[in-house]
Design a protein around this ligand. Structure first.
Ligand code: UD1
Length: 421
């Protein structure tokens, strides 16, 4: 088993290059099999969730060629199966995008129910509502979801909750449906826009992604393209908070600063300096951060995927802060881990009340999920003494070379194979 061993106390300094967005790439890979022609995707992060998705499309019959570590050519001509229900695919949340893509192309799909990080109930009723509105019949049985349509027809869909997954899934299913689809109350996350851009470069007619209404004119066929994934907003945000938490100074390069606005605003609010450039931001920490209130919201609000990272910063701030989680109901599991490091946090319903302390100390920790795991790494980098973090496979699902990047910034972090110790 691998673990991180981290000795804290050094301010992180230097430049870090951000890779492509995992959550965007997870939608672009299934989108690639909507056509028989080759689709080249570059700036793909080399993380386990992406590798699972590539394996899944290959298993469906697509030809997947690695052109280099971050670039892949996917040719969907050979897709022969509409069914994927192996255990491994249900481990990633985004497995359900294969449902939208297969339904969109073949009008039939069977996919294992999705897993992913256990941060809440994560229902898929809005996905099903959307597929049904397009004319599909959907059935859940024995842990699989089946969807089948004689014909997919565009429709007017209003989502009751803002869902990234449902928005992306319906875009994938509707792009070649007959007629017009209108999605109201869609998610506006950068990766929704990224998917629309890639599909449009394949001949789709999608307008309004990133706004309150997405309009899709169905086209009969999509064609080849070459597309570069947008930079990862959450990886960037994590390194921005690393500067705040370790009182360092980090240039976070290869980013789209517009996507980081809610994160930047909170960093400034708690006392950091943030300089914005065309494709980079510089974050300068300060001697003592200040308390604040924050509530997670769909984009352009403060992302739920940055909630554990800001909580670590506020655990070190002067005064009492509150962090309210409004997207997922089970996202404070890391609080007990932080308590072992000396943090003072009380959770009441969906709000963490954080009384800032001057410093944290090293402890034996377990990563409860992907983003909380990354936040614990940042906490350990700021703490006095040495920490060990287990279950780092969660972190490796979404952060490529996390330890290497942190080491390059001066962090004392080692990956250790405990079986070989
Ligand atoms: C995606 C991201 C995840 C991020 C989340 C919110 C990917 C692969 N994952 O997850 O990292 O934390 O967006 O930004 O991109 N909901 C329903 N019914 C549905 C679908 C969702 O009630 O049919 C609820 C969820 O329980 C949750 C909220 O809507 O409370 C938002 O979920 P959603 O945006 O769908 O999250 P994911 O797509 O799973």
């Amino acid at each position: 088993m691998e673990q991180y061993v981290i000795t804290g106390g050094k301010p992180l300094r230097g430049v870090v290059e951000i890779y492509g967005a995992k959550n965007a790439a997870l939608a672009l890979i299934p989108a690639a099999i909507l056509t028989e022609e080759p689709v080249i995707i570059s700036n793909l992060p080399d993380v386990s969730d992406i590798n699972v998705m590539l394996e899944a499309v290959a298993q469906l019959g697509a030809k997947v060629e690695r052109l280099n570590r971050h670039k892949v050519r996917i040719t969907g001509a050979g897709v022969h199966s509409h069914q994927i229900n192996d255990d491994y695919i249900s481990k990633i949340r985004a497995s359900y995008y294969l449902l939208g893509a297969l339904l969109g192309r073949f009008h039939e799909a069977e996919v294992a129910m999705p897993g992913g990080c256990v941060i809440g109930a994560r229902p898929i009723d809005q996905h099903i509502k959307g597929f049904e509105a397009l004319g599909a019949k959907v059935k859940i049985s024995e842990g699989n979801i089946y969807a089948k349509a004689e014909q997919l027809k565009g429709n007017h869909i209003y989502f009751d909750v803002v869902s990234v997954g449902a928005t992306i899934n319906i875009m994938l299913a509707a792009v070649m449906a007959e007629g017009n689809t209108i999605i109201e109350n869609p998610a506006k996350e950068p990766h929704v826009v990224d998917l629309a851009n890639m599909l449009n470069s394949m001949g789709a007619r999608i307008r309004g992604a990133g706004t309150d209404v997405i309009r899709i004119k169905g086209v009969p066929k999509l064609h080849k393209t070459e597309y570069m994934v947008i930079p990862d907003q959450i990886e960037a945000g994590t390194f921005m908070f690393a500067a705040a938490i370790t009182k360092g100074e980090i240039t976070v390069a290869n980013v789209i600063p517009k996507h980081l606005e809610s994160i930047t605003a909170k960093l400034v609010d708690i006392g950091c300096e943030v300089e914005e450039y065309d494709e980079a931001v510089i974050v300068r920490g300060c001697e003592r951060l200040s308390a604040t209130q924050v509530k997670t919201l769909p984009y352009p609000g403060f992302p739920t995927d940055m909630q554990p990272q800001i909580s670590v910063a506020l655990a070190l701030a002067s005064g009492i802060s509150t962090v309210t989680e409004s997207i997922f109901e089970n996202r404070f599991k890391y609080v007990t881990e932080l308590a072992r490091m000396g943090a003072k946090i009380k959770v009441e319903n969906n709000t963490a009340i954080i009384s800032g302390v001057k410093g944290l100390f090293g402890a034996k920790l377990n990563a409860p999920d992907l983003r909380a795991g990354a936040a614990l790494v940042l906490a350990a980098l700021s703490a006095e003494g040495t920490s060990t973090i287990n279950d780092i496979n969660y972190i490796q699902r979404g952060y490529e070379a996390f330890d290497e990047k942190l080491r390059a910034l001066g962090g004392d972090i080692r990956k250790v194979d405990t079986d070989k110790k």
